[in-house]
Design a protein. Structure first.
Length: 192
């Protein structure tokens, strides 16, 4: 309701026109008359609320007729006069709901969405043990909290020191290193 009449009519028309033109190939496209009526009524009620008027008054004010290849059609339009330039015209309706067997749908493919990968997924797909640096199948060792890695008064194993220095709760390791971490044994490369 904060927009001007031209913008309101243009918005309702864009929504309705998108659906109507998409379904012109359908054999029962005439069933969209109900959708047209709902969208048209909603548009007129929005305009009436904006101007604190009635739906009938808004319908009379914006009523227009346009010529189409299928004959004249009733529509609603708002014209904004601009000095020295062509007026802005927004129309709602005027689309003949008749099946068009040769209608062409111009669906543009959506733009590819580039979502950056999470750091853990990147580390897993590298298939490299972060402890012994060997390539191959990997597993993830995880601790509940980073605070568990910095327990004062108790010496931490080298893998815990590595996780604490990287500030990570996870460590991507090979199966052999993972078993030695859980067994509490020093790993072959624990002399770091």
């Amino acid at each position: 309701m904060n927009c001007d009449d031209n913008a309101i009519i243009k918005t309702y028309d864009a929504e309705y026109r998108g659906v109507a033109l998409y379904y012109l190939l359908a054999g029962d496209v005439s069933k969209l008359n109900r959708l047209r009526w709902v969208a048209e009524t909603s548009m007129l009620k929005t305009l009436a609320a904006k101007h604190r008027s009635t739906v009938a008054t808004m319908a009379r004010k914006h009523k227009a007729t346009i010529d189409t290849p299928h004959g004249p059609r009733r529509c609603f339009e708002a014209v904004v006069a601009r000095p020295g330039r062509k007026p802005l015209v927004a129309r709602f309706g005027g689309i003949p709901l008749k099946r068009q067997r040769k209608a062409v749908i111009n669906d543009r493919p959506p733009a590819p969405i580039s979502v950056p990968r999470k750091e853990l997924i990147t580390r897993l797909t590298a298939r490299r043990c972060e402890w012994c640096q060997q390539h191959g199948p990997v597993e993830t060792h995880q601790v509940r909290k980073l605070a568990e890695l910095d327990t004062p008064g108790r010496p931490q194993p080298a893998w815990a020191q590595l996780m604490a220095s990287k500030r990570r709760k996870t460590l991507v390791v090979c199966a052999a290193c993972h078993q030695t971490i859980h067994a509490g044994q020093p790993t072959a490369t624990s002399t770091r």
